[in-house]
Each structure stands twice: as structure tokens, then as C-alpha cells.
Ligand binder design. Structure first.
Ligand code: PMP
Length: 424
């Protein structure tokens, strides 16, 4: 069932077909541990969510059964310009037609490194990899190589990837995996100073996210004084300030996400949006850490593949030429105004937090995200793919029709929740 013939700005309160998804889930259970794993496991989501997706274009996506949704998750961040952005796909296809994975990188690697250095304020050099975890891990390794010290400070509860040193789940992790880490509280400079004092002359670096975007919690923007304070602590200790821009990079600003805050990290980790859905990550750094970066041995079989690099060059060009960050912010502001208006109309106390491009909605006092899950289940049924326990991502492809569909779905979701709660 593709709904293209219908008015897709109106909610369709239909029971959507699920047979292809169900069949794939059954097959997956036999050959994939747990049926699925990681952040894209639809198992913990409300039952209305599909596990398997087929295609996407702009701000719309289709599941394997052909159901259409307006996408407010954008692959959990990688898609920033919209699915299958023509200039990005053309650049990737042109490169792929020549070569992707060879004995050495293509010229695009140098072109992309130059473009990243030109675009991101604090960067004097770039290294490329594949995933955010590659990049955050490499930043810590480079900080240690440069300083000759061990301890990295990270914010309690912050997500920096899925390697043993940072995975949020304890399974398979040993105390030794985390021996060199200590923790502070985001936006609490006193806790940073205390942790830094305890690390003493072993402090190699402080890892921080541009804002607090821990899954399942209301988001918290950075206090500029906190960011400046981290810079001072690092300068005083000769340690690296490491910005984990994996989730926010190129959504909030074209430089680093702390460019508007006026604080320059020494090292930054990037992935997700930098190639509009093509697999790529980057470590960017300043000259003070070039020596450490040169010394470490970090690599990967696919890290030098050219197609994603070509896609990244086109993505950065399109972000610039299409003023995509302002477009995302505008769409995000309309979404916020619409959802907050609806919550008020239906009498719900909600918290809508984070920058407009990366919002997150919780219901005040909602234990175990029960109301948020019910809301998300109704919203997806009416054509909006959002998330009850993770921040959302607005892409620059959102048209007026996409926003109208998103808001009609959230309106229907609030209405259904209100009906259920009032027993009518
Ligand atoms: N850091 C942050 C802030 C992230 O959001 C993520 C991914 N959600 C990562 C690191 C890890 O990235 P990846 O999943 O690509 O390894």
C-alpha cells in the first residue's frame, strides 16, 4: 500500500499491513541474535513500528510493506539533506563508477580533508574512518598519544559509542576496559574540576557532547560558561578538549557545534550527517595534536573507500549552497510550535527540549516513557516516524506538506491519548 494517491497531509487512521515485516522478523530471529540488535532494533518500540525499511526520498520513507511515513528520525541522524539527495547521490555514483575500495584512497580523500579543514574552525587536519565509535575512540587514543597520559573524563550517562570503553550496557565489559575513564556531570564545572584534580597529572583529555542528548532524558543545551570552563581546565592541564560532534555535527552549525558558543576543541569526532547517509566518520584536530595523530596506528579495511568521501564533499557543498542548517532550524521551529500548541489544546504537560533541528518530547511525570510510547505508537500509525526515547532529527528536506503530515499525525496522537485517558 503506497499512499501516494491519497492526500498525505491528512492522517490515515488505518491498520497498516505488516506481513512482509512480520515474515522478515521471523526469518531474522533464526539468523540474527535476538532478531535484531543495537539502536535500530525495533523490538523495544511500540508494536506499530516496522523493523525493516525499503526506501526513502526527501523527508518520506517507506517500510517493507509499502507504508509511507514522514521521517523525523532520519536514520538516527545520518540523513541531513533528506533521503537520496540528488547532488549527493550523483557524486557518489560518479565516484562508484570509477572505484570505491582500492589499494590507496582516491584524490577525493585530500579534497575532503581540505574541505573539512576549511569548514570547521578548529581543524588543521582530518583523518577519516567509518563510524562514530571509530572517531570517538581515535580521539581518545590521539589525546593519550600526544600527552603521554591515560585518563579521559566523560560526562556521566553520555553516549560516545558501542566499544567496551563507552557502551552503555555492561554485558561483556570488564573493569579494565574502563580503567582510564572518570566521570563528571554535564554543565557542572565543579564536577569537572574535581574529576580533573583527581586525575592529577594523568589527565589526557576531556570528552564532551555539544549539548546533553542522553537517550531517554530531557535534553539540556550547553551553558557557554561551562564550555569555556572546560577549555580552561584543559589548557591548564595541557589536556585535549574533545568534542563528540557525531550526533550534532553539521546540524547546528557548519563549523563545529561549538562554533556558535565560541569554544574551540582540540579534537572532534564526526560521523552521522557528514555524508548524508553514506558510511563515513572523521577525526578533526588542531596542530597541537598533529604529532599524536601521526603516531597512532588506527585504520580499517573500508576507511579509505572513496564513494562516501565523494558523497561527503557533495553533502557539505549542498549544506552550504542550500542554507540547509537555517532550513532545518525553521522546520524544527514550526514543528515545535505546532506540537506545543497541540499539547496545550489537549491539556498535556510536556517538555520539548533541545535545538529545533534535534528535538525531543517527553510527558511530564511519564514513568517508564509509557505515555511517550503510546503517543509514538499513535503518531506512526498516522504517518509520522518519531521516537519515544531518543531525540529526533529534522532534515532540510521537510516541505510544508511534510510538516503538515507530521503535525496532523501528532495531533491525532495527542487526541487518541486524551480519549484513552478520559475514558471516552
Ligand atoms: N557519539 C555520539 C554522540 C553518538 O550519538 C553516536 C551514535 N549514536 C556515537 C558516538 C557512535 O557512533 P556510531 O554508532 O556511528 O559508532
Amino acid at each position: 500500500m503506497t499512499d501516494l494517491a491519497q492526500d498525505r497531509t491528512k492522517p490515515q487512521d488505518t491498520l497498516r499491513p505488516r506481513s512482509a515485516d512480520q515474515e522478515l522478523r521471523a526469518r531474522a530471529r533464526a539468523v540474527i541474535p535476538g532478531g535484531m540488535y543495537g539502536h535500530q532494533n525495533a523490538g523495544p518500540l511500540p508494536p506499530e513500528y516496522p523493523q525493516f525499511m525499503r526506501s526513502g526520498r526527501g523527508a518520506r520513507i517507506w517500510d517493507v510493506d509499502g507504508n509511507e511515513y514522514v521521517d523525523l528520525m532520519n536514520s538516527y541522524g545520518p540523513v541531513v539533506l533528506g533521503h537520496r539527495h540528488p547532488a549527493v547521490e550523483e557524486a557518489a555514483a560518479r565516484q562508484a563508477a570509477q572505484a570505491d575500495c582500492q589499494n590507496g584512497p582516491g584524490p577525493v580523500m585530500v579534497e575532503l580533508a581540505e574541505l573539512l579543514v576549511e569548514t570547521v574552525d578548529h581543524a588543521d587536519w582530518a583523518m577519516l574512518a567509518k563510524n562514530g565509535t571509530d572517531a570517538t575512540t581515535a580521539c581518545c587514543t590521539i589525546a593519550r598519544a600526544q600527552t603521554g597520559r591515560g585518563t579521559i573524563l566523560a560526562a556521566k550517562g553520555a553516549y560516545h559509542g558501542a566499544a567496551p570503553w563507552c557502551t552503555p550496557r555492561p554485558a561483556g565489559v570488564t573493569p579494565a576496559d574502563r580503567a582510564n575513564l572518570a566521570y563528571y556531570t554535564f554543565n557542572d564545572l565543579a564536577s569537572v574540576r574535581e574529576a580533573a584534580a583527581q586525575a592529577g597529572d594523568d589527565l589526557a583529555g576531556i570528552l564532551v557532547s555539544p549539548f546533553r542528548h542522553d537517550a531517554g532524558f530531557d535534553q539540556e543545551l550547553v551553558d557557554p560558561a561551562f564550555a569555556r570552563g572546560l577549555r580552561e581546565v584543559c589548557d591548564a592541564a595541557g589536556a585535549a578538549l574533545i568534542l563528540d560532534d557525531v550526533r550534532c555535527g553539521f546540524r547546528l552549525a557548519l563549523g563545529s557545534s561549538w562554533e556558535p558558543v565560541g569554544v574551540r576543541p582540540d579534537l572532534s569526532a564526526w560521523s552521522k550527517a557528514i555524508a548524508n547517509g553514506h558510511a563515513l566518520a572523521a577525526v578533526l584536530g588542531n596542530d597541537a595534536f598533529r604529532g599524536g595523530a601521526q603516531e597512532v596506528f588506527i585504520t580499517g579495511s573500508f576507511w579509505f573507500a572513496a564513494t562516501a568521501m565523494a558523497a561527503s564533499i557533495a553533502t557539505i557543498g549542498a549544506l552550504r549552497d542550500e542554507d540547509a542548517i537555517a532550513t532545518m532550524a525553521r522546520a524544527g521551529e514550526e514543528l515545535r510550535a505546532g506540537i506545543l500548541g497541540q499539547a496545550g489544546n489537549y491539556g498535556f504537560a510536556v517538555n520539548y527540549t533541545g535545538p529545533p533541528q534535534m528535538p525531543y518530547l517527553t510527558f511530564t511525570g511519564d514513568r517508564g516513557h509509557a505515555l511517550a510510547s503510546e503517543f509514538a505508537g499513535h503518531a506512526i500509525r498516522h504517518g509520522a516516524y518519531l521516537h519515544p526515547r531518543h531525540n529526533w532529527f529534522v532534515s532540510a528536506a521537510m516541505t510544508g506538506d511534510d510538516l503538515a503530515l507530521a503535525l496532523s499525525a501528532t495531533d491525532a496522537a495527542f487526541a487518541a491519548l486524551r480519549r484513552r485517558l478520559s475514558g471516552s
